[in-house]
Ligand binder design. Structure first.
Ligand code: IVH
Length: 668
């Protein structure tokens, strides 16, 4: 492909992707599937990798993020990020309205904008000439963290504005939120990996926005709603009109906003959203009332903490009191024990609540929750509500402190709790039934081996005694499946075929499917990429493993322990015999293109990490060396290589190549 063609294609793809983004986020009318969207994005990325000279800072590929560790710089806000005065009752809202009347004078007309109060983490976006140049968190209000790279991965934040008439320089403020669906999936994944769940979507959103790797963050699917425009030359004297303009430039602006002209109409808005909020796919914690006219806003001004022209009304968290009848314990696939409260059924936010999560032993003891207690339950973004408090006044006289279980409720093995970990574990991983079934369910799941076999089928196969571990799946016969209740010829055949097809699932997914503690899909990918084969992985020591980027001591120890168990060795041997993929395909395609080359890496690289480059050198038969010497044959220079190093390289007459040239050399 010529440079001209590449440039044109990059521009066309970028435009198409941004247009699809707009259709998805602003118009709510996607025209293509997520899969097709990802395909376009991948095409763009691959062209940009080949022709980095055409990679623009506003490319939609920035949405994918990078692997480089972000160190957040502190940036001073041009306009301080103030908070809002809070009220919890209508009286205080009337007082607010009276104060406005008094300051503006009786004869002054004014309108309010009523908006949702998004429960996430505040962000300030600076645009210059239509380009996103900075994204900052609130911090202490005066200065915050520069999270530009991370913000670019949020698809509802425009990197380049569309439309026209936007000010040359201005700020948009809003809230980064985590939708309920994303939050629930994330917490499930975290608990599966033995990690503590996030307490609520707000914490999850702010923790995610400050993640060090934007590529990891990008996968968390945060969203953003913008509700405030700031700058010297704004298009309208109306907050409402400015937000409409912002929408036309590509922002996802606050939805459901209403313009009203009396405090009674504000109350009506509050009443409506006090119940309707539970239908939203994300959390709001109240509503915000703002004077619409910017000139009146200016006239009213600010106190030292907050604007006089706006206030928030916070909803009381929807709570209900009920009796704690008993506590059950669930055993997850990793053996983690999760306590769940059984409650006297009670109505809460439109649903009947019978169960509440208690997460772990510390939560129970901090609450001092006892059987028979009256407890308060609250609903947030979680699927099941949580207990927030115990009503001590109503405690029955005979209530005794709750004693946490010491034996597994399923197999009676003594539970363990490692230092620094919140959960208790059942260590009987190979024989404890829910752990066996959980491991098989994980193994067959879509992100793992992608075998079409639901929870009920796993249970039926297990109960029939046909499978007691993941390797048994590959010994299943058509007759066995057919004999299960509910299976007919076609469905039995489909299952057997789906199992056979899983034999071509790539190594990284197989590794993830094994369900080793702390080895999620990202870690599995790293391991597969760096160690290439299961033999290497099984032999690797803790020291060798922690050399790999993103592999910490906890993961390394878990891997070494897993591979040292005979039972696991046997499973691997059986899966291998069944024909599963246990090596990274790249290992086979390695070349001798760099045979005889001794290569030194220096500087910062744009496309690959240092470790990846080292691996590419080795895969292609070259040697990597840490320092420049007479033996060095190639010097692979990234950005910002020190001048003294370059001088030495030149003196020794060593060829210098860029990352792109290197990749061309090995034909990547
Ligand atoms: S306006 C100077 N509008 O609530 C006024 N804030 O408790 C700037 N928030 O720091 C804020 N939804 O993080 C505004 N529709 C909305 C909002 C909103 C959520 C957050 C924001 C702010 C906090 C104040």
């Amino acid at each position: 492909m010529t440079k001209e063609v590449a440039k044109k294609q990059i521009a066309e793809l970028s435009k198409a992707i941004e247009e699809h983004n707009r259709k998805y986020y602003q118009l709510n009318k996607p025209e293509i599937t997520d899969y097709e969207f990802d395909k376009l994005l991948k095409q763009l990325q691959s062209l940009e990798q080949k022709f980095p000279e055409f990679l623009l800072p506003d490319s939609p590929s920035q949405r994918v993020g990078s692997d480089i560790n972000n160190a957040f710089e502190q940036v001073k806000h041009k306009y301080p990020m103030l908070s809002l005065g809070n009220t919890y009752n209508k009286e205080e809202l009337r007082d607010f309205d009276m104060r406005i009347k008094k300051r503006l004078g009786e004869e002054q007309n004014y309108t309010y904008c009523c908006e949702l109060k998004y429960d996430g983490t505040a962000i300030s976006l600076t645009y210059k000439d239509g380009l996103l140049v900075q994204a900052a968190t609130r911090g202490d209000g005066v200065q915050g963290d520069d999270v530009t790279q991370n913000a670019k991965t949020i698809r509802s934040i425009p990197i380049r504005l569309s439309g026209e008439n936007y000010p040359k320089e201005f700020e948009m403020r809003g809230e980064v939120i985590m939708p309920h669906s994303v939050f629930n999936t994330l917490n499930k994944e975290r608990m599966d990996l033995g990690k503590d769940p996030f307490a609520n979507p707000r914490n999850a959103a702010s923790g995610t926005l400050k993640m060090q790797k934007s590529a990891v963050m990008a996968k968390r699917n945060l969203d953003a709603y913008l509700y405030f425009m700031l700058g010297e030359k704004l298009p309208h004297n109306s907050h409402y009109q400015n937000l409409i303009a912002a929408k036309s430039w590509g922002f996802q602006t606050a939805e459901h906003t209403e313009k009203v002209s009396s405090i009674d109409a504000v109350f009506a808005f509050i009443e409506k959203w006090d119940t309707k909020r539970f239908d939203l796919p994300f959390d709001i914690d109240g509503i915000v009332i703002k004077i619409d006219s910017l000139s009146l806003q200016e006239e009213l001004g600010f106190t030292s903490k907050s604007p006089r022209w706006a206030i928030s009304y916070k909803f009381k968290a929807e709570q209900a009191a009920t009796k704690l009848k008993s506590i059950d314990f669930q055993v997850g696939r990793t053996g983690a024990i999760t306590p769940v409260a059984n409650l006297e059924p009670v109505q809460l936010a439109g649903t009947t609540v019978k169960r509440a999560s208690l997460h772990n032993a510390d939560i129970i003891s901090n609450l001092d929750a006892r059987i028979g207690d009256t407890v308060w339950v609250e609903k947030g973004g979680e699927i099941i509500p949580k207990i927030t408090q115990v009503d001590l006044k109503l405690r029955p006289k005979n209530a005794v402190p709750f004693e946490y279980i010491s034996l597994c409720p399923e197999c009676e093995t003594k539970l363990v709790r490692n230092d620094g970990e919140a959960h208790h574990y059942c260590p009987n991983e190979n024989f404890c039934p829910p752990q066996i079934k959980g491991k098989i369910e994980h193994f067959v799941s879509r992100k793992a081996m992608d075998i079409t076999c639901g929870e009920a089928t796993v249970k039926a196969l297990f109960d029939a005694g046909y499978i007691t571990n993941i390797a048994d799946l590959y010994d299943l016969t058509y007759e066995q499946v057919f004999s299960l209740e509910g299976f007919k010829e076609k469905s039995a055949k489909n299952l057997i075929e789906s199992i056979a097809q899983s034999k071509s699932v790539p190594f990284e997914k197989v590794l993830f499917a094994l369900g080793i503690r702390f080895v999620g899909s990202t870690v599995a990918k790293k391991l597969a990429k760096n160690l290439l084969t299961i033999e290497h992985l099984a032999k690797a020591s803790v020291e060798e493993l922690i050399e790999i980027e993103e592999i910490g001591i906890r993961i390394a120890e878990s891997l070494v322990a897993w591979f040292s168990e005979d039972k696991n060795k046997e499973i691997i041997a059986r899966l291998k015999a069944a024909g599963l993929v246990f090596e990274t395909v790249e290992a086979k395609t390695a070349s001798e293109k760099l045979k005889g080359e001794i290569i030194v890496l220096s500087g910062k690289f744009a496309i690959h990490s240092r470790n990846e480059l080292k691996k590419l050198i080795e895969d292609n038969g070259g040697k990597n060396s840490g320092s420049v010497s007479k033996k060095t044959t190639l010097f692979l220079a990234g950005e910002a290589v020190g001048p003294s190093k370059i001088k030495k390289v030149k003196e020794l007459n060593i060829a210098i190549i860029s990352e792109m040239e290197f990749l061309e050399l090995i034909g990547e």
